[in-house]
Every structure is written in C-alpha cells, then in structure tokens.
Design a protein around this ligand. Structure first.
Ligand SMILES: [Zn+2]
Length: 55
C-alpha cells in the first residue's frame, strides 16, 4: 500500500493501488486539503502541491 503524507495536517494518506499521473488530485480524508501531483519521481514517489482554495 502506497502512502503519502499530507502537506497540511501531516497525516499519512493511503492511496489506491493504481497509477497516478501528474495533475491528478488527491483529497486528504483527514483535513480535506486537495493535493495535486506535480511530479512523479523514479521509484514512484510523488511531489505534491497544495491546491489553495479561493475564498
Ligand atoms: Zn490533511
């Protein structure tokens, strides 16, 4: 099971077993922050960026 760490609340988010691509958005189930995959590194690690909500 692949996991990422939420940039906002630092909880581990378990990911579905599928191929993620750049531009896909993962919503943190703990705090609701939307994280966009901006880069997929060799080895499968993601670089994430927080999508800021406009208010
Ligand atoms: Zn979070």
């Amino acid at each position: 099971m692949k996991k990422i760490k939420c940039l906002e609340c630092a909880n581990d988010i378990e990911l579905e077993s599928k191929d993620y691509k750049i531009g896909e958005v993962i919503e943190c189930p703990f705090c609701g922050t939307e994280l966009e995959i901006v880069e997929v590194k060799e080895g499968g690690d993601f670089v994430l960026d927080v999508i800021e909500e406009e208010k």
